[in-house]
Design a protein around this ligand. Structure first.
Ligand code: SF4
Length: 200
């Protein structure tokens, strides 16, 4: 399983001094806690493989593990992400159907999935209210694993190449997604704006 410490960056960003140091701080913690991380991951893997629980319970356990990982390697503390900043919530946000159902089940907000290429996926997320996530406790994996280490302004455009973590760079989180896909069968990815399409 690839981990954050496989992504240690050697040279600093000339535009944002300190950014690499911040990222590497968390990568070093991932290395330091790798044994514990592997044990917790193996426990979750065993649970997902064998449980007969409802998918929302499985999702809860999966999110708890990823939140624990994020906390253990102190991604929030190392990053420049701060409450009230919502730049990343204007970027495309790809979500699995089980995650969309989890939000819907936990909040009572109905799903209204429409796969629609014309929906603007770079506008604000449907759950962004007053610059804060209104479904924070139930937010999807991509949101739980996105952190910036250089400057929040770089997150305005999802095409900017800057120092961030995202789902596919966080090995344990990506591995959990693969476990879920294997367990729960055929799954569909859509943008969060498509899962919760709001007719204007
Ligand atoms: S679900 Fe929440 S954290 Fe994720 S993009 Fe939407 S508002 Fe932002």
């Amino acid at each position: 399983m690839q981990s954050l410490d496989d992504n240690v960056i050697a040279t600093d960003s000339p535009k944002y001094p300190g950014a690499v140091e911040r990222f590497n701080r968390s990568a070093a913690l991932a290395k330091k806690h790798s044994a514990e991380i592997n044990i917790k991951y193996a426990e979750l893997e065993n649970y997902i493989k064998h449980t007969q629980a409802h998918e929302s319970m499985i999702m809860k356990r999966a999110y708890e593990f990823v939140d624990w990982y994020v906390q253990t390697v102190q991604l929030a503390e190392s990053s420049v992400c701060r409450k009230g900043c919502s730049h990343c919530c204007h970027n495309p946000t790809t979500v699995l159907d089980i995650e969309a159902r989890y939000i819907s089940n936990r909040t009572g907000i109905p799903l209204s999935a429409v796969a629609n290429a014309s929906i603007d996926k770079s506008g604000p997320c449907v759950f962004l209210k007053h610059n804060q996530c209104s479904v924070y406790k139930y937010r999807p994996m991509v949101c739980r694993t996105f952190f910036a280490f250089d400057d929040p302004s770089e997150c305005v455009d999802s095409h900017n190449d800057h120092i961030i973590t995202q789902l596919d760079q966080i090995g344990p989180a990506q591995a959990v997604m693969l476990l879920l896909i294997k367990k729960l069968g055929h799954l569909q990815f859509l943008d969060i704006r498509e899962w919760f399409y709001e007719k204007k």
